[in-house]
Write a protein that binds this ligand. Structure first.
Ligand code: ATP
Ligand code: MG
Length: 648
């Protein structure tokens, strides 16, 4: 396996070198109290904390508190404290769906907008602890809505703008939210998304279920015509003119909830993850600074949607708490064409770029010329998040996009973790393509077997975290028992991530995918990611998803769904070629038993493959596909069923 040593230029400009990493890490795990006591001060507190860490993972008594006697306001940390020094610096750099559209919002403007929105919410009776649901396109007003909620102590629940009325209604009910902030329409890839229309439907559905929405605040984005309900619906541009541009921030306890956010739903019914204020902000801002080696003046771009946790921690809270310029992109990677991302990089002189493997693989398939026609000379650091990144895509990202000048930070984390837990640091960590490398400060990963026994040395197993970190989720909204059951019952006194991982001889961590996705072929345990990686390294394959199915001889057989590159045709001959290729890459044990050519794979709205659906189809048991409400394109499922290779 290739290792890429830290280059001198990365080391020279970085805030953290390897010796510092090792020293800080050692301190963070041997003396978490002392370590976080010091680093908790990176944000502004109204009343400073005395008690740093008070956490228990004990069965029946999971209780997580950080900085519990401190008070603060998160929006004041993201705005007010920067006004003296950088009131005129750009806070949010917005790039519209149309390449001709962009806007720059300074910290001073951000302050005014957020305060006005906070005042509008207050006028509508929103109080500390109330839940505000946000269903928005990627426009600055989405960030205003989050920060305005935080300013008055309301708890926001952002629902991805691509979700259906039903999904939105479910989340309105779940959060018992009577306030909704939305827009007339969204714009993505030149197409309009009827947000207000969906919101109206969702409000009707929620009302029937007993949850009445009393205020719908509507941002005008496209100017398209929308229905208005008197007394309930309020135009933002009208309401904002009638309120002051100042609003005193509410003093919040460190452990007061900041937001609820539902997980992607890759593995089952989405969970309402609750994050609180103090620890979350300390952790989001600290990881943002060191993982991306963010420096004063950098232009930083995370391509996620604010509907996902990545958008919360690494578009809004982390960067703004640090006083960064954060780029927010309304559009999609392939509009007007697959060169858009790199054009935006040049246009806004982006220094740090953070995206997902699904986007990298798609852009890789579109041809190198789309990349190389842009200069990309400002890029310093590239990041990846969301899924294991296969070495093939990693190498393309590193060589073609970054021209071997930019370290890649493959950041492993979850909605539940609030921030990045396992990742390289640009000036400190030698890189291995496909490995998330080493834990961030304060993070203690461990491998355990299926009986809960601790595994030592270079091996593979279930990934647990043995102690709390400040950004950890505190509960499942309204269901602490589900929280304990989901995360703390598999391994006693440990947080169970649900992911599998490998630790190599250098102590580096390799995420192998969800534990549910591990297959056992004739007694050999295998991560599906490994087989997928082998398939994708074949020149004719663009994407692959692998699942296990019951097999008489082997226990489990290997079933592969393969999407071919544009212009390639599936055939029995190609099947044989792919089987031989995988045998060659991994070994005979990994020989695919079934290969189904699939024009599309079922993905969540955040672009992750939903293997649980593929598993059902491979088992010829598609009567009960489970929760499919977060699927991006339900139509692909029909094709997969029609062409299944295991008919009973
Ligand atoms: P649900 O929990 O509802 O099934 P989800 O797990 O997809 O949905 P997220 O919290 O958005 O929801 O995703 C976290 C998961 O994404 C991780 O548990 C892991 O499986 C995967 N992941 C994220 N980043 C990486 C990475 N850098 N390498 C490998 N896997 C990653
Ligand atoms: Mg998950």
């Amino acid at each position: 396996m290739t290792t890429i040593a830290v280059k001198d230029e990365w080391k020279n400009r970085a805030k953290i070198d390897n010796d510092t990493y090792l020293a800080w890490y050692e301190k963070s795990v041997s003396d978490p109290e002392g370590f976080w006591k010091e680093h908790g001060r990176r944000i502004d507190w109204i009343r400073p904390y005395g008690r740093v860490k008070n956490t228990s993972f004990a069965p029946g008594n999971v209780d997580i508190r950080w900085f519990e006697d401190g008070t603060l306001n998160v929006s004041a940390n993201c705005i007010d404290r920067h006004l003296d020094k950088r009131g005129d610096q750009v806070a949010i750099l917005w790039e519209g769906d149309d390449p001709k559209d962009s806007r720059a919002i300074t910290y001073r403007e951000l302050s005014e907008e957020v305060c006005r929105m906070a005042n509008v919410l207050k006028e509508r009776g929103v109080k500390k602890g109330d839940r505000v649901t946000i269903y928005m396109p990627m426009i600055p007003e989405a960030a205003y809505a989050m920060l305005a909620s935080a300013r008055i102590g309301a708890i926001h629940s952002v629902v991805f703008g691509g979700f259906s009325p039903d999904a939105l209604a479910g989340r309105l009910e779940g959060a018992q939210s009577s306030v909704l902030i939305t827009a007339d329409e969204g714009l993505r890839g030149g197409r309009k998304v009827p947000l207000k229309k969906n919101a109206d439907k969702a409000c009707d559905i929620a009302k029937k279920a007993g949850q009445t929405v009393e205020t719908v605040l509507v941002v005008r984005r496209t100017g398209g015509e929308v229905a208005f309900q008197d007394g309930r619906d309020v135009w933002w541009h009208e309401a904002k003119a009638a309120v002051p541009a100042a609003c005193a921030p509410e003093e919040m306890n460190a452990e007061d909830p900041l937001f609820i956010l539902y997980t992607s739903g890759s593995t089952g019914k989405p969970k309402g993850v609750v994050h609180t204020s103090g620890g979350y902000l300390v952790y989001a801002s600290m990881t943002h600074e060191y993982v991306f080696d963010w420096h004063e003046g950098d232009v930083y771009w995370c391509t996620a949607d604010v509907g996902w946790v990545t958008g919360h921690s690494y578009i809004v809270y982390g960067p703004l708490a640090n006083g960064a310029t954060t780029l927010m992109f309304e559009g999609v990677p392939n509009y007007p064409d697959a060169g858009r991302m790199w054009e935006v990089v040049d246009k806004h002189k982006v220094n740090i770029f953070y995206t997902a493997p699904t986007a990298i693989r798609a852009l890789m398939g579109a041809g190198d010329d789309k990349v190389t026609r842009a200069s990309r000379e400002t890029l310093k650091v590239l990041g990846s998040v969301g899924e294991p990144i296969n070495p093939e895509a990693w190498n393309w990202y590193y060589k073609v996009v970054g021209e071997e000048r930019c370290p890649i930070v493959d950041t492993w984390w979850q909605t539940e973790t609030g921030g990045i837990l396992i990742t390289p640091l640009p000036g400190a960590t030698a890189l291995k393509p496909g490995s998330a490398t080493r834990p961030f400060f304060g993070v203690k990963p461990q491998l355990v077997d299926n009986e809960g026994g601790v595994l030592e040395g270079a091996t593979e197993g279930n990934l647990c975290i043995t102690d709390s970190w400040p950004g950890q989720m505190r509960t499942v909204y309204g269901d602490h028992e589900r929280f304990e059951q989901t995360y703390f019952s598999t391994c006693q006194n440990k947080y169970f991530t649900g992911d599998g991982a490998k630790r190599d001889d250098d102590g580096y961590w390799w995420i192998t995918g969800r534990v549910d996705d591990v297959i056992n072929v004739s007694g050999h345990r295998m991560g599906t990611a490994e087989v997928e990686s082998a398939l994708v390294s074949h020149p004719k394959v663009s994407e692959a998803a692998v699942v296990g199915y019951p097999h008489d001889m082997k226990g489990q057989g290997i079933y592969c769904y393969v999407t071919l590159m544009e212009g390639e045709e599936g055939s029995d001959e190609l099947r044989k070629e792919l089987v031989a290729h995988v045998r060659n890459e991994i070994g005979p044990i990994a020989s695919p038993d079934k290969i189904q050519f699939a024009p599309g794979l079922p993905k969540t709205r955040s672009g992750k493959i939903m293997r649980r659906i593929l598993r059902k189809i491979a088992e010829d048991d598609f009567g009960s596909l489970g929760d499919t409400s977060t699927l991006a394109d339900p139509a692909v499922v029909d094709d997969l069923i029609d062409n299944r290779q295991n008919k009973k």
